[in-house]
Design a protein around this ligand. Structure first.
Ligand SMILES: C[S@@+](CC[C@H](N)C(=O)[O-])C[C@H]1O[C@@H](n2cnc3c(N)ncnc32)[C@H](O)[C@@H]1O
Length: 221
């Protein structure tokens, strides 16, 4: 099943199914996506708009999603974007925005649903629409290494695969350099289960190697 159909199907139930995770896990993590970001921002795979209340006050944010039904829900939750006409139905692998139109792009729980062959094209496309030197920041589940969490992740896999097209095995971090982006930071923000990646679009001012940004909860590596 294609993602657009999958998310059309689940959109009416999405917020309800996610509610416990939203309340006890995601709400604390979402602000980390926007640390130090300002200007024109892209929220890729905006879903039902759960990031909206955490957008920096002065930022001008646009949201894209492949599913019209998810976007419909974002319209209610993100009135400023809706009123500004900045919610778009688009595929992250082929964005209709001109090159270098954003200061930064973020996504939450998009790359763990994107199939492996789409990971590099999606990262490349985010890198194309963000200005050189700008950041691409991603929050996603990965397969935990700790034995109990690992077992639990395998128990969850059939459900999240069927419902969301998601997998714990995406290896997005490995694809970042392949997409021509410079990995700046890789942090676990929930045990070894949820990862926050920050990459920089290469440009005249990019340096080299990993650098430390502001400290965040959870162990870093
Ligand atoms: C797991 S949900 C996450 C939603 C939201 N970012 C959040 O944090 O709650 C993944 C979202 O990505 C969207 N999506 C999946 N494939 C996509 C693609 N190729 N391009 C754009 N959006 C996509 C889905 O429609 C869905 O809304």
């Amino acid at each position: 099943m294609r993602h657009v159909e999958r998310y059309q199907r689940i959109a009416p139930l999405y917020d309800l199914l996610d509610l416990p995770f939203e309340r006890w896990r995601y709400r604390a993590l979402r602000p980390l996506l926007f640390r130090g970001l300002q200007g024109h921002l892209l929220d890729a795979g905006i879903g039902t708009g759960r990031n909206c209340e955490f957008y920096p006050a002065e930022a001008i944010v646009s949201g894209i999603d492949i599913s019209p039904a998810m976007l419909e829900r974002a319209r209610t939750r993100c009135p400023r974007l809706a009123a500004g006409g900045r919610l778009y139905q688009m595929d992250v692998t082929s964005l209709a925005f001109p090159t270098a139109s954003f200061d930064a792009a973020v996504s939450s729980f998009l790359f763990c649903v994107l199939p492996d062959p789409l990971q590099v094209p999606a990262l490349r496309e985010l890198g194309r629409v963000v200005k050189p030197g700008g950041l691409v920041r991603l929050l996603d589940y990965v397969r935990p290494r700790g034995s109990l969490r690992r077992v639990v992740s395998y128990l969850w896999q059939p459900w999240i695969g069927w419902a969301y097209g998601a997998s714990f095995d995406r290896e997005t971090e490995r694809h970042v350099p392949a997409a021509g982006l410079e990995l700046l930071e890789s942090l676990f923000v929930v045990d070894d289960l949820v990862q926050l990646l920050t990459a920089r679009v290469r440009g005249p001012r990019s340096g080299s190697g990993m650098m430390s940004l502001n400290p965040t909860p959870g162990p870093s590596r």
